[in-house]
Design a protein around this ligand. Structure first.
Ligand code: FE
Ligand code: FE
Ligand code: ZN
Length: 278
């Protein structure tokens, strides 16, 4: 069975999100934990959480991939930006404990002139400050396109971050197909080779989720411009090979394609159909 869903609006709370996901025929979803500009998140409503859990159980919705705000930069040079990253990260991980067993995905950050090594060290430092013993969320590093001074565009950089995190057992990786392709990993012509590389550098057991996007500019472009599933530089059969790859079986596939809800529902239906076809 293909576990697939899309990024959805967090408006209305947890039950509303799950209902929106079910309306798209999704069995997972992603959402921003708060406004991308930061600000405080809505207070947790226990009744909403209970209704959410009941609804998800009934509709087989699981492996939800919450997304940290884009503005969260744990390796920023400015102390106030790093302080913001720390505060939001810690608060989000507390909130995530209300929905145990799910994923919290974030961008490893942009070093903005400080250098990759400093960026990696600073991001690992924030992780060591906010992860805690007994936490039930797995924190995911997202593979990045290497736009600007982003860290995390190579598997080796992600490995370096993981190596510095004391509670590494609570960490994983989310592979964004647009980002890795833009970053120079040829998942169109050599998916097996890329996954073998991932396995040798990071370990496939760390791979917990996939952001399934096509790319507007393509291999090694470092642009990070997502395209609809049937519109980007990756042919549809390459996308189908990804969702069907044995090493990726059972992972949640999250669409972050430029779509409204009707567009997401259509992509989910198309991919479910292609997944089933022999
Ligand atoms: Fe992301
Ligand atoms: Fe992504
Ligand atoms: Zn992106």
């Amino acid at each position: 069975m293909l576990r697939i869903g899309s990024h959805i609006s967090s408006a209305g709370g947890y039950l509303a999100m799950a209902q929106r996901a079910a309306a798209l025929n999704a069995t997972t979803f992603a959402f921003f934990t708060r406004n991308p500009r930061g600000g405080s998140a809505k207070a947790i409503d226990e009744a909403d959480i209970a209704a959410f859990h009941a609804f998800c159980a009934e509709h087989d919705i699981d492996k939800i991939v919450a997304h940290a705000p884009y503005t969260l930069n744990p390796c920023a040079e400015k102390p106030n930006v790093r302080e913001f990253a720390h505060t939001v990260f810690a608060d989000d991980l507390q909130r995530m404990e209300h929905t145990p067993g799910q994923y919290y995905n974030f961008h490893p950050g942009s070093h903005v002139g400080q250098g990759t090594e400093t960026g990696i060290a600073k991001t690992a430092e924030v992780l060591n400050e906010v992860l805690f013993d007994g936490m039930r969320t797995t924190v995911l590093l997202e593979t990045m396109a290497g736009k600007g001074s982003e860290i995390g565009a190579t598997f080796e950089e992600l490995r370096e971050i993981l190596d510095r995190v004391t509670l590494e057992k609570h960490m994983g990786v989310c592979l964004d197909t647009c980002h890795v392709y833009d970053g120079g990993y040829d998942i169109v012509n050599d998916l097996d080779g890329v996954l073998t590389k991932f396995d040798s550098v990071i370990g496939l057991s760390r791979l917990k989720a996939v952001h399934l996007n096509n790319s507007m500019y393509g291999l090694s472009s470092h642009k990070d411009r997502h395209a609809k599933i049937v519109e980007g530089t990756m042919p549809l059969d390459a996308i189908v090979r990804i969702i069907r790859h044995p090493a990726l079986r059972g992972l949640p596939f999250i669409l972050e394609t430029p779509n409204d809800d009707a567009g997401y529902a259509a992509e989910i239906a198309l991919l479910r159909d292609l997944f089933e076809k022999e």
